[in-house]
Design a protein around this ligand. Structure first.
Ligand code: SF4
Length: 472
């Protein structure tokens, strides 16, 4: 991976100006790579990363870039708002650094003051580039830590997230000998190792046999204990005796393991429980030797008269075995707790919803309502919308309907859009009657159909255009 480089040791530089420049470039590259890697595979990112740093080698270069160029270089990587945030962040950094040799601050807290830099990205830049003992927590790291600690929780839940951040912070500070050692190569290596483990071995279906930290893994040892005593009901000494953090994991879940063991998807647990607390979530808050559940009240989310009491739920039965290591890995795959994904909201529109994809050009669009169920009602709505459109000097009330196209469905993470595409024609008396760019807001522009390939459109918009262009 081109962004993986040796840590820059400040001790090796006598010239502090030079050190600042080198660190600034390194931190910028880590930042760009981390943003590109969000929701995107490494193999996809590599050519984009190389192209990006060749075009804008420093944060200063990016800050001075034209925004359309930035979007154009990002074209094809998806989630375009990431490119906009990088650009905005670079401009803010240059403005704030006031000519300092290193434009990026080294601390995670300071980094989070810039647009688009959250706690994860700040931790990655601070630890990998600057060697600060700052934690990271993404989905991969959360999965590894949940299993290492045997935490049976939904990692998207705020309480779980707080505890995992706290854990990640304690671990990296301990591993880096902080505060005695202020900076070193250890934090970056540590964080990258955790990320790598989560993306290669400790995946939703873990390969525990190959895992280098198997000996410290709580979930692995639980799975092994269960495997050793399979077919019988056993009571596993449980950290939950002194901890009120985890949801219960009972025999129903383990039946699901044996049924799902051959599927690719990890099994899901059935129980619904939640713990509620008003206090700050840290690891130590949940432990109280000899006085379990002293800080947190646990309650069932919904009344379930069939559910066993908590004490009974700690009796764990093994699924029908298919080999010890498979049983253990299958048990581990139950962690962290899975919750059913919310069904994506559904929306019908003449074209995709406004504001979802900032900075990309979109065709004029209108969200449909419940009164637009039939094709005729949708067509009437589209005609009305086009007629009222402010598109510069063009009189859109004279727009003539040409064609409608089969609906296109496009699924975003939180939205399922059904797009109904219509083609209209407007004739100008003279070429100069139509302004090519209308300042808005919203800004609009007329584009020659031959130039459409070069415009930055979202994937959904591109599909709409492909439908229309094939008929031209
Ligand atoms: S032993 Fe298995 S579950 Fe535990 S950290 Fe390693 S791969 Fe993950």
């Amino acid at each position: 991976m081109p962004w993986r480089k040796k840590w820059i040791d400040p001790e090796e530089y006598e010239d502090k100006e030079e050190l600042g420049r080198v660190l600034s470039k390194r931190a910028y590259e880590v930042w760009v790579s981390e943003v590109m890697l969000q929701q995107t595979r490494v193999s996809t990112v590599i050519p984009y990363f190389n192209n990006w740093v060749e075009k804008w080698p420093t944060v200063q270069d990016l800050a001075e870039a034209n925004h359309d160029d930035v979007l154009s270089v990002w074209k094809g990587l998806g989630y375009y708002s990431r490119a906009t945030r990088l650009h905005e962040g670079a401009k803010a950094m240059i403005a704030k650094s006031a000519g300092a040799s290193c434009a990026l601050p080294s601390g995670a807290t300071e980094l989070q003051e810039f647009p688009g830099i959250g706690r994860y990205t700040a931790g990655a830049v601070s630890s990998i580039a600057f060697g600060e003992a700052e934690p990271v927590l993404d989905g991969n790291v959360a999965r590894v830590l949940s299993r290492q600690l045997g935490l049976y929780m939904d990692v998207k839940d705020k309480k779980a997230t707080d505890v995992l951040w706290d854990m990640a912070d304690r671990l990296i500070k301990h591993a880096s000998n902080f505060p005695e050692t202020r900076t070193s190569e250890v934090p970056g290596l540590w964080n990258q190792a955790l990320m790598e483990l989560g993306s290669t071995l400790c995946t939703p279906r873990p390969r525990c046999d190959e895992c280098p930290i198997q000996s410290t893994c709580r979930t692995y040892s639980e799975g092994k204990a269960l495997s050793d005593k399979r077919q019988s009901v056993v009571v596993v000494p449980d950290i939950e005796d002194a901890c009120s953090l985890c949801a219960s994991l009972d025999t129903e879940d383990l039946v699901a393991v044996s049924e799902d063991a051959t599927n690719d998807e990890p099994p899901r647990a059935n129980k619904k429980r939640k713990a509620a607390t008003k206090q700050t979530n840290t690891i130590s808050q949940y432990f109280s030797v000899g006085t379990p559940k002293s800080n947190v009240e646990t309650e069932d989310e919904e009344e379930d008269l069939d559910s066993p009491p908590v004490e009974d739920s700690r009796k764990r039965k093994l699924p029908a075995p298919t080999g010890e290591s498979k049983s253990i890995s299958t048990y581990c795959s139950l962690f962290p707790k899975k919750v059913a994904k919310k069904k994506a909201a559904e929306e019908d529109c003449v074209r995709p919803a406004k504001g979802l994809l900032a900075s990309l050009w979109q065709f004029p669009q209108n969200t449909l309502t419940a009164s637009h169920k039939t094709p005729q009602q949708r067509k009437t709505s589209a005609q009305q919308y086009i007629s009222d459109l402010d598109a510069g000097a063009a009189d859109m009330s004279k727009a003539r309907f040409v064609a409608s196209f089969p609906p296109l469905v496009h699924v975003f993470s939180h939205l399922r859009l059904t797009m109904h595409t219509y083609q209209y024609r407007i004739d100008a008396d003279k070429a100069g009657d139509i302004e090519l760019t209308c300042k808005g807001p919203p800004t609009r522009k007329w584009v020659d159909s031959k130039a459409m390939d070069n415009e930055t459109l979202s994937t959904g918009m591109r599909k709409c255009w492909d439908l229309v262009s094939e008929s031209l």
